[in-house]
Design a protein around this ligand. Structure first.
Ligand SMILES: [Zn+2]
Length: 287
């Protein structure tokens, strides 16, 4: 059974740890993340971008696959299926398809339009018991074609959106999606502290978790970040392990071309990355 992310994040915020959101792209990704969460007795959030949802033939397919897998693998840790950076229409479509959590990213709208649309998403989500993540201000980098400049959110705007009744809030504090540039200046902890003060005990979300130094991640968690999004890092470790397999010529030995063999090293690499992140975030044994 899938659960809303509300309870797991409230507990994480109180306990000063964070739950990882790991984005999925296919069956191997999903299975690797679910098994790692169970092995480490950790709550987990499976993130699905609109692009990844389309790739997997739609939100309905994703929800059906994840629900069936949770059941057949006997996953007992809390699992939330979460739409990542949803559009307004996307958020409603994901809720109808059976997702248990959605992000409505209205950060590219003006604050008033963001407020209005976020309110409408919250109203529908409340009927269905689905958790909602909202976003204020652009986070840098690129995700599904949306580009930002390492921007920093206004704490007053954060308070405005948080006050609408969202369950978690993403706010730019200099974080960037994808691989961080060499001249990156780091996270703005002063802004993070100001935001947390303005939004009370609202769990905060750190996007762009790949490549932020571990000590910065830990400090952000100590200041109120209760959810960290990891996407690129699993892609990099999957690709590296797959490359190694092919470069070693293993696909040409025996039945090494069998997709179940070909994808196995990448699958194990995702598991290792997810375990490492759960340990860093402090969510191990917090299910
Ligand atoms: Zn993001």
């Amino acid at each position: 059974m899938l659960v809303s992310a509300k309870e797991m994040l409230t507990k994480a915020h109180e306990g000063k740890y964070a739950v990882g959101q790991f984005n999925i792209n296919n069956l191997e990704w999903t299975k690797a993340i679910l098994l790692t969460a169970q092995e480490n007795n950790s709550p987990v959030i499976l993130g699905v971008s609109e692009g990844a949802g389309k790739y997997m033939t739609g939100f309905k397919t994703v929800a059906a696959m994840v629900k069936a897998m949770v059941e057949t693998l006997n996953i007992t840790v809390p699992v939330a299926l979460h739409l990542d950076h949803g559009t307004y229409d996307g958020a409603f479509a994901a809720m109808e398809a059976g997702f248990s959590s959605v992000m409505f990213d209205g950060s590219h709208y003006g604050i008033e339009e963001n407020v209005q649309k976020t309110k409408e998403v919250i109203a529908k989500a409340a009927e269905l018991g689905i958790s909602v993540e909202a976003e204020v201000g652009a986070i840098g980098g690129e995700e599904d074609g949306v580009v930002g400049g390492g921007e920093v959110a206004d704490p007053d705007e954060c308070a405005k959106i948080a006050g609408l009744g969202v369950d978690m809030l993403a706010a730019g504090i200099g974080n960037i999606h994808g691989v961080y540039p060499a001249n990156w200046t780091g996270l703005h902890f002063d802004v993070l502290a100001q935001i947390q003060e303005k939004v009370g005990d609202m769990p905060l979300v750190l996007h762009g978790g790949t490549g932020i130094p571990e000590d910065m991640v830990k400090k952000a968690i100590s200041l109120g970040v209760s959810k960290v999004n990891v996407n690129t890092e699993c892609q990099l470790s999957f690709a590296a392990a797959t490359r190694q397999y092919i470069e070693a010529g293993k696909d040409q030995q025996g039945k090494g071309f069998d997709p179940r063999k070909l994808l196995a090293p990448g699958f194990e690499a995702i598991k290792a990355t997810v375990k490492e992140k759960m340990e860093l975030f402090g969510s191990v044994n917090k299910a």
